[in-house]
Design a protein around this ligand. Structure first.
Ligand SMILES: NC(=O)c1ccc[n+]([C@@H]2O[C@H](COP(=O)([O-])OP(=O)(O)OC[C@H]3O[C@@H](n4cnc5c(N)ncnc54)[C@H](OP(=O)(O)O)[C@@H]3O)[C@@H](O)[C@H]2O)c1
Length: 488
């Protein structure tokens, strides 16, 4: 956009100008010499920003403090703008908020205010200022929608719906109005560093696709007048369009799973038996493992069909010369060993996810089958590895499996454990660590110096032991007392 001041013939009215994307619009347009009308509720902030851009860029900035959720907000703003003799050439419908949480737990009045602000006020303001733009034959409308406009957004249900409304409104008006000289744009930011997440009660952190409000605004100004809508950022573009590859039901399910609130005690959430600590992580692991089993099952079916023998080993597709290898079974058995070791984790996950309410006899039968499968595969694949002298590989797989189990266990239990750590418990742990170090050193030092290095017994060692042993024991006792106090 070259010169917005000439293109739109009037000031830019920015709603939600007291923070985030709105404030960035104000600064960006002021630097392009556009006069401004700043609208939001927090008048003090608007005044500060208005004076800032007036001083920095020599533009005029009018402040209209107004709650846009009020039924007559658009009328009040129009009257204030007329009273100040300002013509609005570009309307930026930016003010909005969202709320993350279960629909039934949302405050109904707040949801209604969200619809009022994100949708009704947008329509009312557009009605208030569009006729003049049409009469002048030029003008601009920006509707700040969202990445949420492209898909159902469980736990952000009302917000996502309002943003879908904004995007559809923008694109429809682009169709209607762009032939008549009005530039219309639906702006779809992804996660943006503003006050939005705080207001929305959303705890998402920074990550891929996040942007600063300044970049979002530059994206909008570059696209205005050229296209009906724009998604800010390449990662966000890919994400928004990825949802088109699946059905909306699939997208809703996946989004529900990805953004489910952690509180499992609320109605509508299945409570899982505590095989291991509950939470999204276990479900994620369970699903991963189920996917793995699905791959094995397909592999098994297809290969057995093709080779007319009961067999399964995936990489045969990647290595057509497999049969000529000296130990074809073993090579491919190894690749499966990793998966084999997952079987107990998988079995536990299936039991937790699907058999929670099953009869004891069903559970017992299930575990017999699971253990039998593990035994059979271990015997078959493990036997082959031993037969071909692949002992080291077998041990390596065992170690890897142990490492994976330990990592999973840690990942599952750490959050709960960390939540229990108090300052006293931390101190107790520290004391215990130092005590163990002292006690180990009391033994290792003399063994190293006298036994390995063949040095003579020195008085230094006696002093060291004389210090390490009593200090270690004293610290151990202190740690025990602290731990007892922490758990009391
Ligand atoms: N940040 C993101 O990750 C993100 C992503 C996609 C889309 N968006 C969209 O971007 C737009 C701007 O949000 P933001 O990220 O800049 O959030 P923000 O930093 O929280 O700013 C929201 C603005 O809206 C104003 N506002 C809220 N309720 C209002 C009301 N009832 N009446 C008048 N003004 C009101 C606020 O001002 P007062 O509190 O002073 O009234 C503030 O200026 C929103 O439409 C949002 O849906 C944001």
């Amino acid at each position: 956009m070259d010169s917005p001041r000439d293109t739109f013939a009037g000031a830019a009215l920015v709603t939600g100008a007291s923070a985030g994307i709105g404030a960035a619009f104000v600064r960006a347009l002021a630097s392009r010499k556009m006069d401004l009308v700043l609208v939001a509720r927090r008048q003090d902030r608007l005044e500060v920003l208005a004076r800032e851009v007036e001083a920095a860029h020599g533009v005029k900035a009018l402040v209209v403090a107004q709650d846009l959720a009020h039924p007559d907000a658009a009328g009040a703003i129009r009257r204030a703008v007329d009273a100040a003799g300002v013509k609005v050439g570009l309307l930026i419908n930016n003010a909005g908020f969202g709320y993350y949480g279960r629909f039934e737990a949302d405050d109904a009045a707040s949801d209604a205010a969200m619809v009022d602000l994100n949708c009704r006020a947008v329509v009312a303001l557009t009605h208030a200022f569009l006729p003049d733009m049409l009469a002048r034959g030029r003008g601009g409308l920006i509707f700040v929608a969202s990445l949420a406009s492209f898909q159902p957004t469980p736990y952000f249900a009302v917000y996502g719906a309002t943003k879908a409304f904004d995007l559809m409104l923008a694109e429809a008006l682009w169709g209607e109005l762009s032939p008549r000289g009005i530039a219309v744009l639906g702006l779809c930011p992804g996660y943006t560093h503003t006050e939005f997440q705080g207001v929305a009660n959303s705890a998402v952190g920074s990550g891929i696709g996040w942007a600063g409000p300044e970049r979002v605004v530059e994206t909008a100004l570059a696209a205005l007048g050229r296209q009906p809508s724009v998604i800010d950022g390449t990662a966000n573009f890919l994400l928004a369009n990825a949802s088109r590859l699946a059905t909306r039901a699939m997208v809703a399910r996946a989004a529900e799973w990805a953004s489910r609130p952690p509180d499992t005690s609320l109605p509508g959430t299945r409570s899982l038996p505590p095989v291991v600590a509950t939470g999204g992580f276990q479900r994620a692991v369970a699903r991963l493992l189920l996917a793995f089993v699905a791959v094995v099952a397909i592999d098994f079916g297809v290969l057995s069909l093709f080779t007319r023998q009961v067999r399964f080993w995936f990489p045969v597709w990647l290595d057509p010369g497999w049969a000529a290898r000296a130990d074809p079974w073993v090579v491919y058995s190894q690749s499966y060993f990793a998966g084999v070791f997952f079987i107990p984790v998988l079995a536990a996950a299936i039991a937790r996810e699907f058999l929670a309410g099953a009869r004891a006899s069903v559970k017992a039968a299930y575990w017999v089958v699971a253990a039998g499968s593990l035994g059979f595969i271990g015997w078959w694949k493990g036997g082959l590895m031993v037969q071909y002298g692949k002992h080291r590989e077998a041990v390596a797989w065992l170690l890897l499996a142990a490492f994976l189990y330990a990592s999973l266990w840690l990942a599952e239990t750490m959050p709960a454990r960390l939540a229990r750590v108090t300052r006293t418990a931390l101190l107790a742990g520290l004391a215990r660590g130092v005590a163990l170090f002292f006690l180990v050193m009391a033994v290792v030092d003399p063994v190293l110096q006298v036994g390995v290095q063949r040095l003579t017994w020195s008085s230094g060692l006696v002093i060291e032991m004389g210090f390490f042993v009593p200090a270690g024991v004293a610290l151990l006792f202190a740690s025990r007392r602290l731990r007892a106090g922490a758990s009391a």
